[in-house]
Design a binder for this molecule. Structure first.
Ligand SMILES: Nc1ncnc2c1ncn2[C@@H]1O[C@H](COP(=O)(O)OP(=O)(O)OP(=O)(O)O)[C@@H](O)[C@H]1O
Ligand SMILES: [Mg+2]
Length: 307
């Protein structure tokens, strides 16, 4: 079984210090080295580019369940529709959503020399997820180092093919996965997803601050579930409050990338693995995702000083 072969790759991993803990026996690890010494010499992992990928965009939030995965998938598909080569990396090791959202299952093949996983592909987008490597109903029971090693494999041992934009679907929160990823990989920008609700926004601010702290550029904020339009009478209800994410983006001085209403079709089509950008490309919802995708690319270009 590939799962087993994959884990044997885990054992041969060359990253000996995945958590970046300084190793100098006999010396205090609390002494702060001068900041002008390069990361590697300070015992910290150096940031690497992901092979085969030009731009890495993480889709994140502080709070769970605000629509990161749904947003990441629809933005990836909207970007692929603009004739870019796109990939999705599912960094949610404990609750991978990408296999079902992208209607993909099965085990990835290994490259000829057996050291890399070949992404699965649907709707023209390359995808990699822990969900392809473990049975759907099996709980992921690893902790600590095992999880970090699995993450490193997903970061460094996937054979991406000329990907212009890799969207990384993050797990909720600001934990080990977020930190490891931002310390080890060159991330070109973070997109923060939030509902307009205060409690989600508080966590969104935490997420934003974490990325700022590790020098990951913030591309902007997406307001998900901004508005509910009744399919019968077209009455509009702001279930989670009114424009909270937009106001928060202004307050944090980060771009507001756009909003997506709450609609049963978005949820239902996600559940059946036919994201709305693909299954209803002429809908207003698909148009929202396309607008946000092009705002993300603009924001990324601004970060890189590309007009
Ligand atoms: N705009 C929307 N309209 C209707 N339903 C939505 C919308 N966005 C997301 N959903 C639904 O909300 C639920 C949670 O979405 P999703 O799984 O994308 O959130 P998440 O932030 O990735 O969650 P987790 O933190 O668990 O990874 C799903 O059932 C999804 O279909
Ligand atoms: Mg998710």
């Amino acid at each position: 079984m590939l799962g087993r072969r994959f884990f044997s790759i885990t054992r041969t991993l060359s990253h000996e210090n995945p958590l970046g803990i300084p190793r100098s026996p006999g010396k205090s690890t609390t002494a702060k080295p001068p900041p002008n010494i390069p990361r590697m010499q300070r015992g910290l992992p150096t940031k690497q580019a992901i092979r085969g990928v030009k731009n890495v965009i993480v889709v994140s939030s502080g709070k769970g369940g605000v629509g990161k995965s749904t947003t990441a998938v629809n933005l990836a598909l909207a970007t692929a529709g603009m004739k870019h080569r796109v990939g999705i990396l599912d960094a949610d090791l404990f609750g991978p959503s990408i296999p079902s959202l992208m209607h993909l299952k099965g085990e990835p093949e290994l490259t000829e020399n057996g050291d890399r996983l070949v992404p699965l592909m649907n709707y023209g987008v390359q995808c990699m997820s822990m969900g392809f490597l473990i049975p759907q109903d099996a709980p992921v029971v690893w902790r600590g180092l095992m999880v970090m090693k699995a993450l490193q494999q997903l970061l460094h041992q996937v054979e991406w093919k000329d990907v212009d934009y890799l969207f990384v679907d993050m797990p909720p929160g600001t934990g080990d996965v977020q930190l490891t990823l931002s310390q080890q990989v060159i991330i070109n920008g973070a997109v923060i997803v939030s509902t307009p609700q205060d409690i989600a926004l508080i966590d969104a601010v935490k997420g934003t601050n974490m990325f700022k702290k590790v020098n990951v550029p913030i591309l902007g904020m997406v307001q998900n579930m901004s508005l509910f339009i009744c399919p019968n009478c077209q009455h509009e209800t702001h279930i989670f409050g009114d424009d909270g994410a937009m106001r928060m983006a202004n307050k944090l001085e980060i771009p507001f990338l756009g909003e997506v209403p709450l609609h049963a079709d978005i949820c239902h089509l996600s559940d059946t693995g036919q994201p709305i950008v693909i299954s209803q490309p002429d809908s207003a919802f698909a148009a929202h995702y396309r607008t946000i995708a092009s705002n993300i690319i603009d924001s990324l270009n601004k970060q890189k000083n590309i007009p």
